[in-house]
Design a protein around this ligand. Structure first.
Ligand code: NAD
Length: 258
């Protein structure tokens, strides 16, 4: 039995769906046939992305969500439930990152980063998971990071820890939700050119980072988006609880050269 027949258009919600990795994932999921809810704290940019998807012949709408606010997350999913009655695919891409030296790491940024990156992922997954459970099919895809698998550069005390915790949360969800025919997987991108890294990565850091990657370059948003679309597909039904580096070999590699 296939509880999610091909004839039903899937509803996919992408947090942080306006730009960057989330934006590319919104576009790819729509091109793959889903109705995409571009959910973002920046509603203007979310609307622009949804409009672009519709112009390209896809189905999309914008929705304001602040994943760092439990009330905002609840209200957003209430809207989804009222309008669509389902959410089949959730991509948790909303995230924030700032770097500070470990010994001076400010508590307010630690709390804010864990709140958005980790608690936001938990809350959205709970709300979406309840809607998925009703229809007996679901895919949760968390955009973690290689910074959750190994320490990357300096200053990522909150960011790296939040992403390591997202990987742990993904495994917990995979173990508990499999009986509901819901899978949960994490993608761990290496560095990708997005509005986030434009601000976060200095020219020197970029040069060093690219040199540490066997592929010798940053990834693209479409390379991450393609992985998300695959994990959301029926072809990935038996993949559950993985933390998949999409990083040009960075995680696999140690010292470079001979
Ligand atoms: P980005 O900053 O370019 O885009 C993030 C989007 O999330 C923006 O549209 C922003 O408005 C939205 N957002 C931020 N806070 C939000 C909130 N509280 N509620 C809802 N939306 C919010 O980021 P990106 O580079 O595309 O990264 C996307 C995800 O991928 C993040 O979780 C990031 O940690 C992760 N990631 C990025 C890289 C990279 O190199 N770019 C590498 C590994 C992992």
């Amino acid at each position: 039995m296939n509880p999610n027949p091909e004839s039903v258009q899937k509803i996919a919600l992408v947090t942080g769906g306006a730009v960057g990795i989330g934006g590319a994932t919104s576009e790819r999921l729509a091109a793959d046939g889903s109705h995409v809810i571009v959910a973002d704290i920046d509603i203007d940019k979310a609307q622009t992305t949804a409009h672009r998807i519709r112009e390209a012949g896809g189905a999309a709408e914008a929705l304001r969500i602040d994943v760092g606010s439990p009330d905002s997350v609840r209200e957003a999913f209430e809207q989804v439930e009222r309008k669509h009655g389902r959410c089949d695919i959730l991509v948790n891409s909303a995230g924030i990152a700032k770097t500070f030296p470990f010994l001076e790491f400010p508590l307010d940024n630690w709390l804010a980063t864990l709140n958005v990156n980790l608690t936001g992922t938990l809350l959205c997954s709970q709300h979406a998971g309840r809607l998925m459970a009703r229809h007996g099919w679901g895919r949760i895809i968390n955009i973690a990071s290689v910074a959750g698998l190994r320490a990357v550069g300096k200053g990522r005390t909150a960011y790296g820890t939040s992403k390591a915790a997202v990987i742990g949360l993904t495994r917990q969800m995979a173990a508990e939700l499999a009986e509901l025919n819901i899978t949960a997987n994490a993608i761990c991108p290496g560095p990708v050119d997005t509005p986030m890294t434009e601000v976060l990565h200095s020219a020197e850091f970029r040069r060093q980072y690219a040199a540490a990657i066997p592929a010798g370059r940053y990834g693209t948003t479409s390379e991450i988006a393609a992985t998300a679309v695959f994990l959301a597909s029926d072809a990935a039904a038996y993949i559950n609880g993985v933390a998949l580096p999409v990083d040009g070999g960075f995680f696999a590699s140690g010292a470079r050269g001979v």
